[in-house]
Design a protein around this ligand. Structure first.
Ligand code: MV4
Length: 450
């Protein structure tokens, strides 16, 4: 096994990875910015190397400094976590060229899935249903012609985007000309890639994703689906495993198609295949994420597996130690994201000092976090402070447990998403599983109206 892994990340995911390494008897190297000198990942790792100032471009996104830290510490491998460099195909390649194993897919696979038009084509080649739409568009006229064929509303998307950035809904042809130039210039600016494409807009869908795992010998398994519809601006707030909307039949086909795609691209490691599922349970591939995701924990609770350990083993080159028929799910898990944001003021970040803190406990309660009482939240990074995850035998019991766990949680100092989470957990539509991707924005509108 690897002797030493450098973690090119911070916050709760850096700690999550350190925990897996400790239990595997792998030494860990933390890298940190000056703003993170007092962060827990620095204390928990065996070694820690400061790589620059607070702003991400000077530290967690600074490839030469991370590679230098891996060299100085004599690390074998680099784990990117999520965000930052996790889906940077160049970084995957640079790690490899410098003799470090990148704990993620090879640069070709990251680049393929990072290009959403190519990802659509890979899905189509694997007989995975995609949203009716186009390849790269060359003009607004071409957009109008294709949109007329598939029918409005349509969604314009940046091929280099994904994760909700660089998207726009067009309701009719009169919006096409302007939409085309806006999204094209946004795409050029944000992703350094002006390529855009169009898809039919799937109304009132659910956002459902499948967790897959592949080794380097062509073996693939899945760990069911996650329900990720409770989100806004592509920031998920609550995730579940399984989805109460997905029946046995739908699960079978979603997971089968996900593995077909993974096989087609010789995928190695953990990956997530994202789908939109409409009211008639028709499903459409939208993207594939080539990283460990924030919400991997709900899958871990239900399948009783450590996905980060499996990910590390797969990239070391171990053969998968189980087959699909050995994998069983049990019960239901829910995750709530604890963010330092004001949910009642447009989720404005609130990077303050944690004045006092109490985390919940009890059977089936898991906290993946990095904050402690007295910790000053730096202003430079994502506002997620941690995740509260519960597991119980049924969805109903998991909801009750989450309500109880939220009641026990106190985070004083910053504004947090806790009061909003408490309200959603007691909402009848949420409790009845009666929601889609519009739930959160409608819920917030209703609060405003009082
Ligand atoms: C869509 C869509 C409807 N139709 N594509 C958002 C994030 C990215 N992963 C894909 N996303 C979507 N793509 C088509 N053709 C709906 C979403 C979407 C969404 C849209 C508006 C508000 C909330 C949303 C939540 C999840 C997904």
């Amino acid at each position: 096994m690897f002797k030493k892994i450098l973690i090119a990340n911070r916050g709760e995911i850096a700690i999550r990875i350190i925990r897996a390494c400790k239990e595997m008897d792998i030494k860990t190297v933390a890298v940190y910015s000056k703003a993170d000198a007092l962060s827990l990942h620095v204390k928990f790792a065996d070694e820690a190397i400061c790589i620059g100032e607070g702003p991400p471009l000077d530290s967690y996104l600074n490839i030469p400094r991370i590679i230098a830290a891996a060299e100085i510490s004599n690390s074998d491998a680099i784990h990117p976590g999520y965000g930052f460099l996790a889906e940077n195909s160049q970084f995957s390649n640079i790690c490899k060229e410098n003799g470090f194993c990148f704990i993620g897919p090879d640069s070709k696979t990251i680049a393929l899935m990072g290009d959403k038009v190519n990802a659509r084509n890979a899905a189509e080649d694997s007989n995975v249903p995609i949203v009716p739409g186009s390849n790269v568009l060359s003009s607004a006229d071409e957009l109008i012609e294709i949109a007329n064929n598939i029918g409005y509303p349509v969604m314009l998307k940046a091929s280099g985007g994904g994760g909700g950035k660089g998207m726009r809904v067009l309701n009719d042809a009169s919006e096409a000309e302007k939409g085309f130039s806006i999204i094209q210039s946004e795409a050029k600016k944000a992703f350094n890639n002006p390529e855009i494409y169009v898809e039919k807009f799937i109304k009132n869908g659910r956002h459902i994703e499948v967790q897959i795992l592949g080794d380097q010998f062509g073996n693939y398994v899945h760990f069911g689906e996650r329900e990720c519809s409770i989100q806004r601006n592509n920031q998920k707030l609550i995730e579940e495993c399984p989805s109460s909307f997905v029946d046995k039949e739908l699960r079978e086909i979603l997971t089968l198609k996900s593995i077909d795609l993974a096989k087609k691209v010789n995928y190695v490691g953990v990956g997530t295949v994202e789908f939109l599922v409409d009211e008639d349970k028709k499903f459409y591939f939208i993207e594939m994420n080539t990283r460990i995701q924030v919400e991997h924990t709900v899958t871990e609770m239900v399948y009783m597996i450590d996905l980060v350990k499996e990910q590390i083993k797969m990239h070391y080159g171990k053969k998968m130690s189980f087959t699909q028929d050995m994998i069983n799910s049990k019960g239901h898990s829910i995750e709530c994201r604890l963010n330092a944001e004001d949910p009642f003021d447009n989720f404005i970040p609130s990077p303050k000092k944690i004045e006092s803190l109490n985390f919940p406990g009890g059977i089936g309660v898991r906290i993946d976090s990095y904050i402690y009482a007295g910790y000053q939240i730096p202003p430079f990074y994502d506002s997620m402070l941690g995740k509260l995850i519960v597991h119980s035998s049924t969805r109903e019991k998991a909801i009750v447990k989450m309500q109880r766990a939220i009641e026990e949680t106190f985070i004083e100092g910053p504004n947090t998403t806790l009061p909003l989470l408490e309200m959603i957990l007691s909402n009848n539509d949420f409790i009845n599983g009666n929601f889609d991707i519009n739930f959160l924005s409608n819920f917030l509108k209703n609060i405003e109206r009082g």
